[in-house]
Design a binder for this molecule. Structure first.
Ligand code: AMO
Length: 428
């Protein structure tokens, strides 16, 4: 049975094992060949002395080149001098497939490549242990997030991505032709997750793509991103923040505890917060007033986010935003309607999540849609759900790609997506 390179231990000295993977590197020194075999879990040294493996097998091994795919049956040899204290003496080698050389990029990373070249040849780039580490951490985070949702009684749902109306003001939609109708790619599951609150499903979550026709090219924006979304009934903004806090803390803890190897490969030290501080929008303006001046009611500029990130460090919430600059579905505060029950979760200067308690009253919602210059007619089916018994509810959307950036210490969001979509890139 095939095992991973990481499973081969010095204690197994003398045992015969079966391994499969790629030729990471090969070195022939006269009558001795060293092959480094790489699989998902690491690398191992295969040592083939001509005298021991015989003429035929020696010739076969000598014919190998970088990134050929091979299967090896061999004897485990404990050797203190070998990397990992163990090496393999090959008994049988099967060449499963040859790689064309020269390679467009070097997975052994002896020759570094630019991000664009790496993304053009992503399947090769993804063979690098460091790059795989990013996706193993991303996987650990998603697993942890799902576990927290299961433990908190959330039901996983999937909502349509082919839609007719917009949800998030300020972001552009991708139009598509849908037979004889105009349709768009969904920019957020917002309307659907809210409609589900009228069903009694009570607490739902969805992990799925959001599409945003952002024109600008930044290190934190994609045109297709993965959003972790929740909606919870009989709840307010504080309840939603409590769940988000648990999701973040548990994910940090799980990555810290289960992905030490990957974090070390990336040279990242992870912060596991005990609690996430909550400051109001007013307090945020106060904290940065000596560096950046923001008029009350304006959104935070990039400079303001940077200044605030320096003061706050780590994770923090900004609450009680001006109602004017939040989406139509956001619940205003009862006592100060110019402020609303919306929040953002930040990591330093990076926005990771937005959420709010929502308006659950039909009339108020229609009024707000009109106030934002939108047409209630465009929201007909959504609005219907508010007529026949809609409970109070709240929720949020957390950017999975941005959260991965934080957990892996990456500075560019493209590093955290297998095949990123940005202003210039639609392939591979
Ligand atoms: P918002 O538009 O703030 O809120 O999006 C929520 C989170 O999704 C991530 N995100 C993105 N990540 C990468 N590239 C993008 N272009 C991009 N756009 C958004 C961010 C962001 O914080 N409906 C609300 C959520 C809610 O209230 O439940 C919404 O979509 O991390």
């Amino acid at each position: 049975m095939r095992i991973y390179t990481s499973e081969v231990k010095p204690e197994m000295d003398g045992e015969v094992v079966e391994l499969a993977g790629w030729v990471h590197s090969i070195r022939a020194l006269g009558k001795l060949i060293f092959v480094i075999l790489r699989d998902r879990e690491g690398t191992i040294q295969i040592v083939a002395p001509k005298q021991k493996v015989g003429e035929e097998l020696f010739k076969k091994i000598k014919s190998l080149g970088q990134e050929d795919v091979i299967k090896v049956k061999g004897k485990v040899i404990a050797n203190e001098k070998a990397p990992g204290g163990v090496e393999i003496l090959p008994l049988e080698v099967e060449i499963l497939n040859r790689a064309v050389r020269p390679l467009p990029l070097d997975p052994a990373e002896k020759v570094p490549s630019e991000l664009d070249t790496r993304l053009d040849n992503r399947y090769l780039d993804l063979r690098k242990p460091k790059i795989q580490a990013i996706f193993k951490i991303r996987h650990e985070m998603l697993k942890s997030v799902r576990n927290t949702f299961y433990n908190e009684g959330f039901i996983e749902v999937n909502t349509p991505k082919l839609v007719v109306s917009c949800t998030e003001v300020g972001t552009e939609l991708f139009p598509i032709s849908y037979f004889d109708k105009e349709a768009f790619l969904g920019q957020s599951p917002q309307l659907y997750k809210q409609m589900l609150m009228a069903t009694g499903l009570d607490r739902v979550f969805e992990i799925g793509p959001i599409f945003r026709a952002e024109e600008h090219n930044t290190r934190r924006h994609l045109n297709e991103a993965i959003s972790i979304d929740i909606e919870m009934a009989f709840s307010d903004d504080k309840d939603a923040m409590d769940i988000l806090e648990k999701v973040i803390i548990n994910a940090c803890k799980d990555v810290y505890e289960n992905r030490e190897k990957e974090l070390n490969l990336l040279g990242v030290k992870i912060e596991v917060p005990e609690k996430i501080e909550r400051i109001t929008y007013d307090e945020a303006l106060e904290l940065i007033k000596n560096k950046v001046s923001i008029e009350w009611g304006e959104d935070l500029s990039r400079e303001a986010e940077k200044a605030l990130g320096e003061v706050m460090g780590g994770y923090y919430f900004i609450t009680e935003w001006p109602t004017e600059i939040r989406p139509f579905y956001t619940m205003p505060k009862e006592d100060e309607p110019e402020k609303c029950k919306a929040f953002d979760l930040m990591y330093k200067d990076l926005e990771l999540s937005s959420g709010a308690q929502r308006i659950h009253q039909y009339d108020l919602l229609v009024e707000n849609i009109k106030k934002k210059g939108l047409s209630p007619e465009g929201f007909k089916y959504y609005l219907e759900a508010f007529k026949y018994g809609m409970p109070p509810h709240a929720g949020w959307g957390l950017g999975a790609d941005r959260f991965t950036m934080v957990l892996t210490g990456m500075q560019n969001i493209r590093e955290c997506v297998l095949f990123p979509r940005d202003r210039q890139r639609l392939t591979p």
